[in-house]
Design a protein around this ligand. Structure first.
Ligand code: NDP
Length: 256
């Protein structure tokens, strides 16, 4: 009875930025549970690399290109996916970027880029794909937030990133309030530092890395699969009573 709740057979799932790292871990987790997974990426090479990696692991996933800078492009991609597959059950909003710039030096361009990709685009995706879920009366959305939406990181400066992730958490709660009575659940995962391209520079900085570990009760960073498994839980019926939750997967970082 309990394991069956994780069974995603016949469900269609879309993972944005699913070509690598945390996104690809989500793709694999959902595929292993039986979902038909579509990687939505702006970069066709990254999407194709992810698809091939999944093929080697034994999973057939599809790819669509999605222009994240254009709300109409997102709407068109959602319509194309709904028309091709006949349903959209799961959406994972994963794509994101980060810069480490002191707040007083952040340019308008950099600020807007982070807010556009990390926040506006998440909203556009939720709105575009959510419409199909609302029409069907069911669906599960998982946004990738961050512990940086809960605390302010140390020692690296990243005010725009932190702000964007806090807003993603509030967007998640707001949409949950509006949509959960109509069958669509929406939750967020808030990871600690995960070993990916995004954190590699920080991990190579001995002083930063030391601080990160000292501030983490588990004394380590996480791996993408440790987020993939949380996303699988939130996407599946195993979390059927959860909506508007911001699930910390942070090695204990926020307990101090
Ligand atoms: P990566 O940098 O490895 O991957 C980011 C993904 O986002 C890639 O698939 C990338 O696509 C996509 N992306 C990047 N820039 C753009 C853009 N301009 N337009 C569209 N898509 C873009 O990051 P992670 O796997 O580490 O991060 C995934 C998510 O997890 C992000 O939202 C991040 O903020 C969040 N997160 C990460 C943490 C970490 O420590 N790594 C901690 C907490 C949250 P492409 O390959 O095509 O460039």
């Amino acid at each position: 009875m309990y394991l069956e709740k994780y069974n995603l057979t016949n469900r269609v799932a879309v993972v944005t930025g699913g070509g690598r790292n945390i996104g690809l871990a989500c793709v694999q987790a959902l595929s292993e549970a039986g979902a038909r997974v579509i990687i939505a990426e702006i970069d066709p090479d990254s999407a194709e690399a992810g698809r091939l990696q999944m093929k080697e692991a034994g999973y057939d996933v599809d790819v669509v290109s999605m222009d994240v800078t254009d709300p109409n492009g997102v709407t068109e991609s959602a319509a194309a996916i709904a028309s091709k597959y006949g349903r959209i059950d799961i959406l994972v909003c994963n794509a994101g970027i980060a810069f480490n710039t002191p707040a007083e030096d952040v340019s308008d361009e950099e600020w807007n880029k982070v807010i556009d990709i990390n926040l506006n685009w998440v909203y556009w995706c939720c709105r575009a794909f959510g419409k199909y879920m609302l029409a069907a009366g069911k669906g599960s959305i998982v946004n990738i937030g961050s512990m940086s939406g809960v605390i302010s990181n140390k020692p690296q400066p990243q005010s725009h990133y932190n702000t964007s992730k806090a807003a993603v958490h509030m967007l998640t709660k707001s949409l949950a309030g509006e949509w959960s009575g109509r069958g669509v659940r929406i939750n967020a995962v808030a990871p600690t530092y995960i070993e990916t391209e995004m954190t590699r520079k920080g991990m190579e900085n001995a002083a930063w890395y030391k601080t990160w570990l000292e501030m983490t009760p588990m004394n380590r960073v996480g791996q993408p699969d440790e987020i993939g498994s949380v996303v699988l839980f939130l996407a599946s019926d195993a979390s059927s009573l959860m909506t508007g939750s911001i699930v910390l997967a942070d090695g204990g970082y926020t307990v101090w």
